[in-house]
Write a protein that binds this ligand. Structure first.
Ligand code: MSP
Length: 400
């Protein structure tokens, strides 16, 4: 039987305007998925959209288009982006999918409850809607969220909590031993030291009267699940976990690789393993936490207003040049800058002057000097492929 490879991208907030950062993670995961398919592994590649939470609902309401309409059209735009960057995803999951996603989110919730890991409590704290997470004073810069440059809102709520603290030691040992591998090593060290400080329990629901948009908490219709609680479940809901047809889940879980930005690593390397351990499910094997695409030295994001539209770049230079830039110029383990000037330089240097001129000259010489077609040198080919594989296996896509 051939080896299987299950790879995922994060699911994007449906309200965000698509920018180069979103296209980047999609292209990166696609390159890795194609590599595993090429090696003959049975590969399953998942992408999708995250449609719940406060910021999604606020944008939908402000659109005046009706909430469901809004999410249908936004998710279609995301899908169109995945198609235009030539992503070879096998499935596109939406968290508003009540047939596939909701039963899985509710099944996991019940598992957590059965394990004694859900309890009711009151939470008072600062909430950043941009991050969809509670913040502590120490996370803020001059009282503001440094990622979004916004003041967090004060929330006082009676919520259900998930006993993440109970899994601190187990998660720490999984990270340290490599049972759950985190790449690159710097990110692993950061997350291990965060977990070593001790994980706190997480507020896992919102009262429906404050947020009537999310997966209902089973057994208590007056609450909906916290957006990250339902979003993380997409990695298994898509495979049919909690549904009658869970053949894909049986075949592909645990994930071989979750690809995501370093800004959302702690949700994936702390909360998600905690949920899986509580539910008695195997942990994903590895997480690749890539760097961020900066523009003018700051994380490209809608709230900062420094985004670059991937569709505009592709319309002018073509999808191959676009994918070439993202894969060749950006080391996945580090932050990478994008400006149109730099893009043009790279385009001219490598593609127009480099590969373009080389091809033209080779063709010209072949016409002038080679009367018969000749076979390419097999030994050079094999060497190149080996080198390529060695880089790909270490996710050094920019070198591969
Ligand atoms: N919805 C959550 C993820 C839930 S996964 C269970 C979310 N969505 S997001 O739309 O804000 O971000 C999605 C992905 O885009 C993340 O991996 C994030 O790192 C990536 N990027 C967003 N801006 C980025 C850059 N400027 N550069 C590179 N990737 C960035 O978080």
């Amino acid at each position: 039987m051939s080896k299987k490879f299950y790879i995922t991208t994060p699911i994007f907030y449906a309200n965000a305007s698509l920018h180069l950062g979103h296209a980047y993670v999609t292209v990166l995961a696609d390159i890795i998925a194609r590599y595993h398919r090429w090696k003959g592994e049975e590969t399953y590649f998942l992408s999708g959209v995250d449609e719940h939470g406060i910021k999604n609902l606020r944008s939908a309401e402000a659109s005046g288009r009706g909430v469901q309409n809004y999410f249908d059209s936004r998710s279609a735009e995301y899908r169109a982006l995945y198609d235009s960057v030539l992503s070879s995803y096998d499935q596109f999951i939406r968290t508003t999918d009540q047939k596939l996603h909701w039963p899985a989110a509710q099944a996991i919730w019940r598992k957590l409850e059965e394990a004694g890991d859900i309890y009711k409590g009151t939470y008072e704290g600062l909430y950043c809607v941009g991050c969809e997470t509670f913040k502590q004073e120490k996370d803020l810069v001059n009282g503001m969220c440094s990622d979004h440059n916004t003041l967090p809102e004060r929330l006082v709520q009676e919520n259900y909590f998930f006993k993440l603290s109970k899994y601190t030691d187990r998660i720490k040992s999984a990270l340290e031993s490599g049972e759950l591998t985190i790449l690159p090593p710097e990110r692993k060290n950061e997350i291990v030291s965060l977990v070593s400080e001790g994980l706190e329990d997480v507020s896992f629901s919102r009262p429906k009267k404050d947020l009537a948009w999310g997966v209902p908490v089973p057994g208590d219709e007056s609450h909906v699940m916290y957006v990250w609680c339902d979003a993380l479940v997409n990695y298994i809901s898509a495979l049919g976990y909690g549904s009658r047809d869970d053949a894909l889940f049986k075949k592909f879980w645990p994930a071989d690789l979750h690809v995501l930005g370093k800004d959302i690593l702690r949700f994936h390397a702390a909360i998600w393993p905690g949920m899986l351990l509580s539910a008695g499910l195997p942990l994903p094997k590895a997480i690749l936490a890539h760097g961020l695409i900066l523009s003018g030295g700051k994380k490209m994001s809608k709230s900062i207003g420094n985004t670059v539209d991937p569709n505009a770049i592709m319309a002018e230079y073509g999808v191959d040049a676009f994918r070439f830039y993202l894969s060749h110029e950006i080391n996945p383990f580090e932050d990478g800058d994008f400006t149109e000037e730099k893009f043009k330089e790279v385009y001219n240097a490598y593609l127009a002057n480099g590969i373009g001129n080389l091809t033209a000259r080779v063709m010209k010489m072949a016409e002038s000097y080679l009367p018969e077609p000749v076979a390419p040198s097999a030994s050079v080919g094999i060497e190149v492929v080996r080198e390529y594989e060695a880089f790909m296996d270490k996710y050094q896509i920019h070198l591969a």
